[in-house]
Design a protein around this ligand. Structure first.
Ligand code: UDP
Length: 380
């Protein structure tokens, strides 16, 4: 038998960790591979929560995050740090996920060493380089370097073909966010205490319909976040709803939300939830308001209507399936659309159908097979 291929997985934020852990589990269980893991620490506490629940022990931890760091400094530090790890590990493949600074720097550092790059969640495009910012460009830059593109859907594969990517390198694998959701749901069934921490809030809001809210997008900082806060405040005036809002640790988000929503009876502003508790929040929610990417994929899988508080989305599949609606960041529109879903049973029922445009939960196994079958490699 050939010696196992060394796969260096590089990631740094919570959403990357959630989408990477099923693949790392598959690589670890497969004798065709030696799995090596490098985390950048681009997020810290909320990344570590995912590593812990999924029992992943990084081989390298760069801890790159500095307070108020610019994107330039972050990217420069990532490039240097990740390059050193690659020089040490000499992997056969570098695997990156999504669209973060870590993923982009990991791909670039690998390219500088002519190490082939595989890209999980390839081909998402909003068509607007400032929405999401800077992620749209991060993802496109990774795409120009990548030797194996794991597109979650036919739509994302088509986006890559339109950019003249060699079709032989594009594979529709589904999105591993669904593998992760299946895994965590099964784990919570076996160990319900993992997600029992919302019980007090559930009691406090008994009889009310729960609206789960998240917001953290960089392009919404400033006016967008204030409008979102205003919409939440206005919706919370209804006494038949309660809002549960785990607030992203980014200080730009926290301050706006604390100032606008800190003392409202029907709003629980809480610390970021670990992944099992967030899955529980999705489960108990009637409706989701979010500007998150991953939540747009999870909510349709659970049949939860989701109002996407962004101007564009690089994940149109939920909108096409009818479980997601783009509502932008205008407070009046957000309030009107949420009110319609709360008051109009037919409108609610039309959106509350479970769809799985993002995958069947077998993405990780497909990715492992493709990594085993493909040599990658730079021209001599
Ligand atoms: N999530 C979580 N706890 C929270 C909020 C979100 O575990 O308090 C999870 C959620 O299940 C999803 C992912 O984090 O899988 C989304 O991350 P985020 O919204 O930070 O980033 P994006 O997907 O927009 O890149």
């Amino acid at each position: 038998m050939n010696s196992p291929k060394v796969i260096l997985t590089v990631f740094g934020t919570r959403p990357e960790a959630i989408k990477m852990f099923p693949v790392i589990h598959a690589l670890e269980a497969d004798p065709r591979f030696t799995s090596r893991v490098c985390v950048s620490g681009q997020h810290r506490a909320i990344l570590d929560q995912v590593l812990e629940i999924s029992s992943i022990k990084p081989d390298h931890d760069l801890a790159v995050m500095q307070p108020d760091q610019t994107l330039d400094a972050l990217t420069a530090n990532l490039l240097i740090g990740l390059g050193k790890v690659m020089d040490e590990e000499k992997p056969d493949w570098v695997l990156v996920q999504g669209d973060t600074a870590t993923a982009m720097s990991g791909a670039l550092a690998a390219y500088y060493r002519k190490i082939p790059v595989a890209h999980l969640e390839a081909g998402l495009r909003s068509g607007n380089i400032y929405h999401p910012w800077p992620e749209e460009v991060n993802r496109k830059m990774i795409g120009t370097i990548t030797a194996l593109h794991f597109a979650p859907t036919e739509t994302s594969a088509e986006a890559l073909r339109r950019e003249n990517v060699d079709p032989a390198t594009i594979h529709v694998t589904g999105n591993s966010v669904i593998d992760a959701l299946h895994w965590i749901t099964a784990k919570i069934e076996r160990e319900p205490e993992l997600a029992s921490g919302l019980a007090q809030l559930e009691q406090r809001f008994a009889g009310k319909r729960i609206i789960g809210v998240t917001s953290h997008r960089r392009e919404n900082f400033g006016g967008g976040l204030e409008a979102i806060a205003d919409a939440v405040r206005r919706l919370a005036q209804r006494d038949d709803v309660a809002m549960i809002f785990p607030v992203h640790p980014n200080p730009n988000v926290r301050k706006v939300m604390d100032d606008a929503l800190g003392n409202l009876v029907n709003v629980a502003l809480i610390e970021p939830l670990d992944y099992p508790h967030f899955a529980r929040l999705l489960d108990i929610s009637t409706l989701i308001l979010t500007d998150s990417g991953g939540v747009q994929e999870e909510a349709p899988a659970l049949g939860k209507p989701v109002l996407v508080m962004r101007e564009t989305t690089e994940r149109p599949e939920g909108v096409m399936a009818g479980t997601a609606k783009l509502v932008g960041t205008d407070a009046d529109t957000i309030v009107a659309e949420a009110t319609r879903l709360l008051d109009d049973k037919a409108a609610y029922a039309a959106m509350a159908k479970s769809h799985n445009p993002f995958g069947d939960g077998k993405t990780a196994l497909r990715v492992a097979d493709l990594l085993a079958e493909n040599a990658g490699g730079a021209p001599a």
